[in-house]
Design a protein around this ligand. Sequence first.
Ligand code: PLP
Length: 454
Amino acid sequence: MLANRSGEDLRASDLAHHLHPFTDHVVLAAEGGPRVIKDGDGIYLWDTEGRRLLDGMAGLWCVNVGYGRKELGEVAHQQMNRLAFCNTFFKTSHQPVIELAERLAALTPEGIDNFFFANSGSEANDTAIRLVRSYWAAVERPQRHVVISREYAYHGSTLAGASLCGLPGMHGVAGLPIAGVAHSAAPYAWAAGKALDDSAYGREAADALEAKILEIGPENVAAFIGEPVMGAGGVITPPPGYWARVQEICRKYDILLVCDEVICGFGRTGEWFGAQSFGIAPDIMCMAKGLSSGYLPISAVGIGTRVAETLRTRPGVYSHGFTNSGHPVAAAVALKNIELIEAEGLVDHVRDVAGPALARRLEALAVHPLVGQVRGIGAMWALELTSDKATRAPFAPPGSVATRVRNLCFERGLATRAVREGLVFAPPLIITEAQVNEMADILTSCLDTAVAEL
Ligand code: PLP
């Protein structure tokens, strides 16, 4: 066990030596360093000062089965003692990765029967780009190399993952986005579809994909990639008909469809995968986060028959992979995590209990003076704040009120995240109805304080 050091001591050391992802280090230093978290149990976290936080974000949309699950620790311990590492290169395999691939083949939509393993969502998406380009090269149409993503998308932080992102800031260094990546409109009806009803805007956003394909030339397009519900971009739920139209367009131009299930997968939408919630039949699906509930880093790329068969029957080495592809300990933990999700009926729980409870409490906030829109599905939700419900105008300065509410939530024991003018929620899937009420009560009190301050 690590020595029991004080929060103050740890914060000082963190400021001296630790560079954080997605952090303004000037602000972090001005605020005296990070909140240091010590313990987690169920849907709660405790910091070094003993303050309890209800984790409204399941870590980073990943701790689906909640914290403190001894079963996962025990499996990791046993697998480490038995076989701590085994590569999957060079004609080698092991039981945990074989069983995980077998399990995923049974869980994922029909036709997705082959799995490639990596360590993160970003690596899974990098792998998907490589796979679709390899596929088109194998069928002797190598000019089909462009991958179309969307504005507001988040697909990761490696050079390729960041290139796929459609969020300002992700392309802020030289050389990004990489060549062969393009972006089309997001189905973000709140921001872009003010003049239309949601379905009409969904149609318009899908049709923008067709326009983008024609601009690039269909003969140059390899794939379209999309999250079933855009997560980090602000829980942007697709309007009715959007995904049906996108799939029609992909079929029309013979473009492969990649579903980024990194957030949506493993129960978050109230189905095992977001693809099932929206009737999507992907050629490739990328998974991470909920695959192991964040207990160990692991990701998977599910590959449909068309791409898998072409690659399986092509002679020559497939030159791609990571030292930890299919790591035995991570694979064993992922298997156990899937077993827990199944044994505890967590997908049904999201669909029938937690999702409806979240919908009831959060949708009731639509009448709050600060709230313009409430949207979500299952256990992923967003509140869009506005200074004027009629015009959907942002606050000045942009994002300031969402940030203030987010800070108040933390002070009052609720971890959430501000995205532009919005607040997003994605609690562990085990959240009970009483805990949804606890979360919504804190949020409501923070919105009330913020409106009083204005
Ligand atoms: N794809 C989506 C939809 C994500 O939300 C994320 C991370 O939040 C990623 C990919 C990248 O995953 P990772 O941070 O594990 O690289």
